[in-house]
Ligand binder design. Sequence first.
Ligand code: NIG
Ligand code: FE
Length: 417
Amino acid sequence: MNNTSAHTLIGPFSQIVTMAHLPEAGPILDDELHVLEQAGVVVQGEKIVKVGDYIKLMQEAEQQDYQLQTINEPMVLLPGLIDAHTHICFAGSRANDYAMRVAGKSYLEIARSGGGILDSVRKTREATLIELVNLMKKRCDRHLQEGVTTCEVKSGYGLSVDDEIKMLEAIQLVNKHHTIDLIPTCLAAHMRPPEFTDSKIYLNCILNDLLPVLKEQGLAKRVDIFIEDTAFTEADSMEYLLAARKLEFDITVHADQFTTGGSRVACEVGALSADHLEASREEEIELMRTAGVVATVLPGASLGLGMHYAPARKMLDGGLCVAIATDWNPGSAPMGDLLLQAALLGASEKLSMAETLAGITSRAARALNLQDRGIFKRDYLADMIGFPTNNYKEILYFQGKLKPTRIWKRGVLKDIN
Ligand code: NIG
Ligand code: FE
């Protein structure tokens, strides 16, 4: 047996919160959580073999000559966190926008006066590929330290064929060399760039000149669009997304952030997820439930813009699968701390701990259609994070201040300091 195929028993853990056997959508009670006490996990290569009672697994380990990784302090183990919506590939800061916002100007006013997303576009276009890689690496280092082992990343600050490719190449390079798994998404339809006066012509240019290249070069399998007054209309978005689907891209949508309409388009085109949803009402929730669209809520954008959260409680009660992501970006959501934001959302929206934890693990995996992570399950990736406590409830109780002290990515314990 060589090292890569050897079994390793890791433990004992005070608790392993497996996130297994939970409903895929709708409310979850904490009592439904599958919490193993004094437990261990057996890992082989990058995958989980089994979880269970540590003493029993120890006996098996002795008989079958497993390697041992002993945990000598109180520790609760969770699946690695999954951030299902970010824009961490960008250059520059929008601290000036933030100052204007806290002084009373709205996000849309700032965008209309030439700040906002287009300011980040200018700075990202000026950055070289290597500069973008280095900026993104630092953000990934921080995310990993905070327990994020999988992170979706959008383009969308390039807004030209070459600059969008540059962003997606940067994401691909970081993915190759960083511990975190990055899931790239093409958001060339973030806004109409200044070089175009007609949105439809711009969208057609992306469809004809960019998406086929992304397919061919394996740079992205997912397409996103921002449906909003200052970005793209419902009608144009519908046409664009249907064409992207024909090219076999998975679809996700920036929907219902300020005004409704985007989530309806997401449902009609069979999107995997509709994200933001601060403005969604009961009728949008019902549409998303019927269409099986995951609702990804972004508390970091609400915190960054000083606006209300998406109605996550109503969404869960309405039967939706709710994922929680940071939206980490230079404008509306500069903080990027997933655990902290999920804890604050849970406190305000009255989410059970099980619902919040599912939102950043198993249900976030569903938002990205990843069927190999987010749960402790045989053959799933051994992406695992250990918190220095003996009670899983302390993880959200400390609202992001209790950080993981051990992180395993694909079965390997990482040095995070
Ligand atoms: O998800 N809403 C649109 N796009 C981003 C914001 C990007 C930015 O402000 O730079 C979002 O909030
Ligand atoms: Fe976003």
